[in-house]
Design a binder for this molecule. Structure first.
Ligand code: ZN
Length: 487
């Protein structure tokens, strides 16, 4: 399914979108200038800018967010030391949503109604905000609201830090310079990447004609044929999907010639990077972001992820919350987003294991780089009609179970080539049984649409089992042999 090309309930363009697009360009221009100045500054200047932003965010949160006011009640007034602020979790913030946000007009129950309607993806909320959702591996769905300045900062980081920066330096020139763009993603919901692209299409009509969003939920041959028709010069997707498409390209079914391929949403392994770059014979640009902050780090041509440490504070910590030195993988990482004021994210437990690399990078970038582990489930390979191997992306399977069955805490385990066991969790035995049946039905429909007709799909009595050491829940687990070969 290609992205929508019309907006507004009447199918026409909202006249305010012109104003919003212009406003965003002004904000973007101002933020690009700030980023350039920070890039030129020495280490002392950069530290001072970052500290000023941290102090301003802490002051703003304590003044305008009832949640943080209570959470930080033991801290001295005017405290600007991030390290003494107690961390927060998604469950904690979502449970206190109306007190967390700093605009009293934002109400969780109204936002939940908004995000349930797929026809409202990328609609400016209250005329002002971008709203997206995320499930993540914690099993607690999150709703994220971004203010216009945060959106302009993400856009400015996107257009200045990545190595294709000059190509995208001027959004008005972008369509002509870049050619057609394709985002291959989980559609049908208010997911960050889709909301971002649809919003750009909506606010900048020049882009709209050149960008299209394709769904990962459809059978691979349908997607391949759509991409063959569209002939994008730029493809953005998850590494698991890009590796799958690179395989299709090598085998001659897909015939596109992208100039750049963009990978995000999951960790990119060295093997995937090589397979994707070889398959498409073009550079692979990597991105590390989250629903809580779109632009955490940017990939360089040496395969490192450099932190946007002028707008993001990332603290790798161990299981006891103590700092982990460079070179060692952390248990989790605390994220502080210095760009978004409407929903402050301060020392937020992101759940990723991160290793800081303090050695200089050959690309010359002075910002520290990180390696990210985890954040990746298995690709499932099942037999389809005629014994043809059908590959199912973990993100597609997760989207079906979450969006169609409304189940967020689950585990799908492949026990034989065409045998899957599903474990679900929901409060109360009755609700759990209903949720399980709903998830099995949604999954069976999806498998059939993908060309997998004979499959032994059973509901397991067991609850989903998190890793006893990391506490993380791997939601899609392939047979060991398939997981190792990947694709
Ligand atoms: Zn580098």
């Amino acid at each position: 399914m290609a992205g929508r090309s019309e907006h507004g309930p009447d199918g026409g363009r909202d006249p305010w979108d012109w104003w919003r697009g212009t406003d965003e360009l002004w904000r973007w221009g101002a933020r690009v200038r700030e980023i350039w100045l920070d890039d030129l500054a020495d280490d002392t200047g950069r530290r001072a800018t970052r500290q000023r932003r941290i102090a301003a965010l802490l002051g703003h949160a304590r003044e305008n967010s009832a949640f943080y006011r209570t959470h930080y009640r033991h801290l001295p007034a005017g405290c600007t030391d991030l390290r003494v602020c107690p961390p927060v979790t998604r469950a904690q913030l979502m449970a206190n949503f109306d007190g967390w946000v700093t605009d009293a007009q934002l109400r969780r129950h109204e936002l939940e109604t908004f995000v349930r309607d797929p026809s409202r993806v990328a609609e400016p909320y209250l005329g002002n905000y971008a709203v997206w959702t995320s499930s993540g591996t914690t099993g607690v769905p999150g709703i994220y609201v971004q203010d216009p300045d945060a959106l302009a900062i993400y856009a400015a980081l996107l257009t200045t830090r990545f190595e294709f920066g000059p190509m995208l330096g001027d959004p008005w020139q972008m369509p002509a310079a870049a050619g057609r763009m394709a985002l291959v993603a989980a559609t049908g919901g208010h997911f960050a990447g889709v909301v971002w692209w649809e919003r750009q299409r909506r606010l900048h009509p020049l882009l709209a004609a050149h960008t299209r969003v394709f769904s990962i939920l459809q059978p691979l041959d349908v997607l391949v044929s759509q991409l063959n028709d569209w002939q994008p010069a730029f493809v953005g997707s998850y590494p698991t999907m890009l590796a799958l498409l690179a395989g299709e390209q090598c085998e001659g079914r897909l015939g596109i010639r992208p100039r750049t391929v963009w990978s995000g949403g999951e960790a990119l392994t060295a093997a995937d990077r090589a397979a994707i770059a070889d398959g498409f014979a073009c550079p692979v640009v990597e991105d590390y972001g989250a629903s809580e902050c779109m632009q955490i780090a940017f990939g360089c041509r040496h395969g490192r992820l450099h932190l946007n440490d002028d707008w993001v504070e990332l603290e790798p910590v161990d299981a006891r919350g103590q700092p982990v030195p460079p070179g060692q993988p952390s248990d989790t990482v605390l994220l502080t987003n210095l760009a978004n004021r409407v929903q402050p994210v301060i020392r937020y437990d992101l759940g990723d294991s991160v290793t800081v690399d303090a050695t200089p990078c050959p690309c010359g970038q002075r910002r520290p780089s990180v390696r990210v582990q985890g954040r990746r489930d298995d690709v499932l390979v099942l037999d389809g009609a005629g014994g043809r191997g059908v590959r199912l992306l973990p993100l597609a399977v997760e989207t079906v179970i979450e969006e169609e069955a409304g189940v967020h805490r689950f585990q799908l385990i492949q026990t034989a080539r065409n045998a899957l066991r599903l474990r679900v969790d929901a409060p109360g035995a009755r609700r759990r049984a209903v949720a399980g049946r709903r998830a099995v039905r949604a999954l069976a429909r999806f498998l059939e649409a993908q060309g997998v007709e004979r499959v032994d799909l059973t509901l397991d009595d067991c609850l989903p089992q998190a890793n006893p050491v990391s506490g993380k829940l791997r939601r899609v687990r392939a047979l060991p042999a398939t997981a190792a070969s990947g694709r």
